[in-house]
Design a protein around this ligand. Structure first.
Ligand code: ADP
Ligand code: ADP
Length: 226
């Protein structure tokens, strides 16, 4: 059964102005629970927009987005923030870490708006930092970490809340092949745990992996199952 469903979703930026951009056109798709799905296509084809819609970071111009039984396409911002905290872990291409804060401080960012006691924050952070082999750097500022450490810190932050859905936007763009291999192993584990994973990428290394269930081709705002 589908955990993510888009029904005739269009996204037009700057609607009605001279700078109007049709980023997605009438896209319908269904993503099964516990599957790993790729969105592949050139830069500017609409992949990030699709992820943003699933994360309720943006709203569609028309159409409907349903995630885990909840219609999110019209959620007001404050409910969208709650939705994201409960359901979504987002891994960004440039990691989006706060460079002058420590690993620990970055990892707990998603929990800051919640009334979680410090002791519990520390326990949750330790568990996830250990899992992704970054606990030994917990008090180091992110700016001083290597690329791979920054990636693992970003993954730890995305997963501290144990979200059922993981979205990743070009997650390997800044990783060499050894780190990419490590990242793919992590994805395999997460999939085995039952997470639903959606990855926007043009990295051909993903395309023939056994853990990939479905590949969508994104072309100029159109999405095709390939
Ligand atoms: P991709 O992730 O495949 O590179 P995007 O979803 O980022 O594609 O972009 C799709 C199209 O929408 C591009 O033409 C891009 O310039 C445009 N776009 C993306 N975000 C915005 C925005 N916030 N405002 C205006 N245009 C945007
Ligand atoms: P990507 O690397 O996924 O293609 P971009 O570098 O194109 O992402 O975009 C980075 C950010 O800028 C995104 O949040 C995107 O929504 C926004 N953006 C992209 N294109 C435009 C645009 N033409 N106008 C305004 N914002 C844009």
């Amino acid at each position: 059964s589908a955990i993510i469903s888009l029904e005739k979703v269009s996204k037009i930026y700057n609607l009605g102005t001279a700078k109007e951009v049709v980023a997605l056109k009438d896209v319908s798709l269904q993503i099964k629970r516990s599957s790993l799905v790729l969105l592949m296509g050139p830069s500017g084809s609409g992949k990030s927009t699709l992820l943003s819609l699933i994360a309720a970071l943006t709203r569609p111009t028309s159409g409907k987005v349903v995630v885990d039984g909840q219609t999110i396409s019209k959620l007001p911002d404050r409910f969208a923030a709650v939705y994201r905290r409960e359901k979504i872990g987002f891994i960004f291409q440039k990691f989006n870490l706060l460079e002058d804060l420590t690993v620990f401080e970055n990892v707990i960012v998603p929990l800051i708006p919640t009334p979680t006691p410090l002791k519990e924050l520390e326990l949750m952070a330790s568990a996830v930092m250990e899992r992704f082999a970054i606990a030994h750097k917990k008090d180091m500022v992110v700016r001083k970490l290597s690329g791979g450490e920054q990636q693992r810190c970003a993954i730890a932050r995305a997963l501290i809340d144990n979200p059922p859905i993981i979205l990743a936007d070009e997650p390997t763009a800044n990783l060499d092949s050894a780190l990419t291999e490590q990242f793919l192993q992590i994805l395999g584990q997460l999939k085995q745990e039952g997470k639903t994973i959606v990855i926007a990428t043009h990295d051909p290394r993903f395309a023939d992996l056994e853990i990939v269930d479905e590949i969508y081709e994104v072309r100029e705002g159109n999405v095709f199952l390939s």
